[in-house]
Design a protein around this ligand. Sequence first.
Ligand code: MN
Ligand code: MN
Length: 330
Amino acid sequence: MFHHVKELQFNARVSQPDPRFASLLLEQFGGANGELAAAMQYFLQSFGVRQSHPEKYDMLMDIANEEMSHLEIVGATITMLLEGVNAELQEAADKTGWMSMVNSKGDKEEMFQQAMTNPQFLPITGGGPAFTSSQGVPWSASYIHANGDLTVDLRSNIAAESRAKIVYERLLQFTDDPYVRESLVFLMTREIAHYKMFESALESIEHNFPPGVRQGDPHFTHEYYNLSNGASARGPWNEGSGTWNEGEWSYVEDPVKHVIETQGNISDHPIEGTSKTMEEVERMNAELGKKRKEKIKAAVGTGENQWSSYPQKEVASPKKVQKSQAGKSD
Ligand code: MN
Ligand code: MN
C-alpha cells in the first residue's frame, strides 16, 4: 500500500514565478524521460520479480517510490513557478500576487507571453502541472519499458536514468533561480545514483549476458561488418577483444563478397573470433534453460499464493498462504 508523507524529499523552493521555465520543466513531469515515466516503469517491472527475485523487487519498489517523490518535487516547483497563472488570473488578473510584481503594461504583457509559451497552463490546468510534455503531448504508456527479463529491464533502466540525467543537465542551462537550480541538481544527482544502483544490480546477476537463456550462434557473435565505403574507424567496437569475456572481433572488410561466398551466411561460414562451438552453445542453452526453470520453480509456487506477510519481516514473499493465527478467518 502507499502512504503519503507531506514533507517533500527535497525542500523545493523558487525565488519568483517564471512561467517560461515552468513550461520547460513540464518535460520532467509528463515527458518521455520524466519522473512519472520512471516511477511507472520501475513499478510495473516490480510485479514480475516479487517472487522470483524478491531483493530486486525491494530495490525496484524503493526506486519507483523515489521517482514518485521526484514527481512531487517537480509538480510543486512547476506550481510555484506558475503562481499567479492560476484560475484566479482568469477572473481577476490584477488582484493576484503575481500581477503586483508587474510594474508596467509592457511587463504584464511580457508575463502573459511567457505563460502563453505553454498555453495549456492558462485555460486547461489553471496554473498547475499536467501529464504532458513541455510541448503539450499527452503522457503515454508507450514510454514504459518492461520486458519481463530482469537483465533487459535493468538495462532499460540504466538507459532511462541516463536520459533523465541529461534532461536535468540541459534544464539547468535555462534557469538562474538559485532555489530552482538547487532542486534540479538534487534531482539530477539522484538519477546518477539510480544509474549505479541498476548497474550494480545487473552485475549481481550471474549470466547476465546475453539477455535470456539462449546463446548466440558463434558464427555471427563476433563479426563486425564494414558496411560503408571510404575510410573506416577502428576501435574496441570492432577490433581486439572489446568487452567480450572470450574471443575477439572478426572484421569483415568486404561484406558483399562475404555474403556471396557464404551463400547468405549459410554455407562455408567459418567461426571466427571465438573458440565457442555449436555443441558448446547447445549444451549451454540446455544447461541455462534447466537452471532458470529450476530457479523459477523454487521461487514461485503453484496453487494458493500470498503476496506479502503481516508484518513483512523478510525480503522474500511468503508465497504460501498464511492461515490466520488468531482464528479470525475460515
Ligand atoms: Mn527521478
Ligand atoms: Mn531515477
